[in-house]
Design a protein around this ligand. Structure first.
Ligand code: GUN
Ligand code: ZN
Length: 427
């Protein structure tokens, strides 16, 4: 397939005319100027803007129908909104919700993500099959949780634990341990779906459950581990009650070997300097979720601390706490939260530029998730690309800012997923 347009290879520089040839789902060639031998493009044209598709570092597939339930702090919102939605997902809601989530992601140009399912192995297995067939790239896992939540959501991990000394794998439904399949190749899951272990957060996980996942994480350094850390103050206070002997919340995860390069820690709004230093030392990634943090009034993420401690940052929608599926809106929320900090907290607060924010939702997130072949326009990378149609007047030095602040999915003229044109209504 031949794609023509102004290539956004580096959002900090103006996109320059060029073309991309794809083969077998990957970018085979990237050229400057007009296509060779004046070939007609399959996608785009001289005036299209070609961007890598977006990558979302944190979302919850079962919560796609739960956006906008406002007015509650985190722990109350989990009990009144999220846990009922996840319970429904487990008893039949999963098929419709997963189809809807896939379509909304594709419509908004997100072709790769790291995410959570629910604690139901059977429904999660079905959702993973649907994700595999969609062609989306993801690190996704069943949620591990065995306490401080309704019986319907904690039952499976409690039952597993009762089967000792040979409990079924905590990584179900990826089949880890059954087929002997490697987790790096999906542990039984197909091509673009990678298994992850998702202990929900320390409140919902007993020491035994955290220890079991920590053991898995040590056995498999390439396994993605996803959890939530220090999102709200009430959450941090409950963790102090449940783990009185640990110096801090981050230390709980570290004690169980859960802080490592392929660990994604969502939120991290309330960390002490020692916790920042520990995360930096272990090389774990923080998924900053600005829209969600504002929605739940959980906290204002400190980009200065992240930069000063050299902690790797990714950007997540965190649907459904985050109201926006569209990553350009999440990128804009990051800038707006940073500007609020600059106005209200400290004059020298780091405020990302639009180009830095666009970089974050493409190559930056891909790198943070360990996908060196995603989120970029380069030979060898996955052919996950968007052809954008923008008004002629936008083609100036403010192009990226204009895209972020005027974002609407109607700006996407064509979507190329793994080298194929896809339609969000029929995928
Ligand atoms: N902490 C534990 N579970 C969740 C969740 O589903 N969403 C958010 N925003 N925070 C959490
Ligand atoms: Zn989350």
């Amino acid at each position: 397939m031949l794609i023509q347009g102004r290539l956004l290879t580096d959002p900090a520089s103006p996109p320059s005319p060029g073309w991309v040839r794809t083969e077998g789902g990957r970018i085979a060639e990237v050229g400057e100027g007009a296509p060779p031998r004046s070939e007609r493009p399959d996608v785009g044209g001289p005036d299209a803007i070609i961007s890598p598709a977006f990558v979302d570092a944190h979302l919850h597939i079962p919560q796609f129908d739960s956006v906008g339930c406002d007015g509650m702090p985190l722990l109350e919102w989990l009990h009144r909104v999220v846990f009922p939605a996840e319970t429904w997902w487990g008893v039949g809601g999963h098929a419709n919700i997963t189809t809807g989530a896939i379509r909304r992601l594709v419509r908004q140009g997100t072709f790769a993500f790291a995410g959570y399912l629910t604690s139901h192995a059977e429904a999660s297995r079905a959702a993973i099959g649907m994700l595999e067939r969609s062609g989306l790239r993801c690190a996704v896992g069943r949620v591990a949780m065995d306490r401080e939540a309704p019986e319907e959501l904690t039952r499976e991990d409690r039952w597993r634990a009762s089967q000792r000394p040979t409990p079924s794998p905590v990584l179900e439904p990826h089949g880890f341990g059954r087929s002997g399949g490697s987790v790096a190749s999906g542990g039984g899951a197909g091509g673009r779906v990678e298994a992850s272990a998702n202990p929900r957060f320390a409140i919902a996980c007993s020491e035994e459950l955290l220890a079991e996942i920590g053991w898995l994480a040590r056995e498999r350094p390439s396994l993605v581990v996803q959890t939530h850390l220090a999102e709200s103050r009430d959450e941090c206070a409950r963790v102090r009650e449940l783990f009185p002997d640990d110096a801090h919340y981050t230390g709980v995860y570290d004690r169980f070997g859960l802080l490592r390069a392929r660990t994604i820690l969502a939120h991290c709004c309330h960390l002490a300097p020692e916790e920042w230093a520990l995360i930096a030392e272990r090389g774990a990634v923080i998924a900053h979720c600005p829209g969600a943090n504002v929605f739940l009034r959980a906290g204002l993420f400190d980009l200065n601390a992240a930069r000063d401690h050299g902690v790797r940052i990714a950007l997540g929608s965190d649907v459904a706490a985050g109201p926006d599926v569209a990553m350009p809106r999440v990128a804009r929320a990051m800038i707006e939260v940073a500007k609020s900090r600059a106005m209200c907290v400290r004059d020298d607060a780091v405020v990302p530029t639009p180009a830095e924010a666009w970089e974050a939702i493409t190559r930056g997130n891909a790198d943070a998730l360990g996908w060196a072949d995603a989120g970029r326009i380069e030979p060898g990378a996955s052919a996950d690309l968007l052809a954008l149609r923008v008004p002629e007047t936008w083609r100036d030095e403010n192009l990226i800012g204009r895209l972020l602040y005027n974002w609407d999915d109607s700006l996407i003229a064509a979507r190329v997923l793994a080298g194929r044109i896809v339609d969000p209504d029929t995928i």
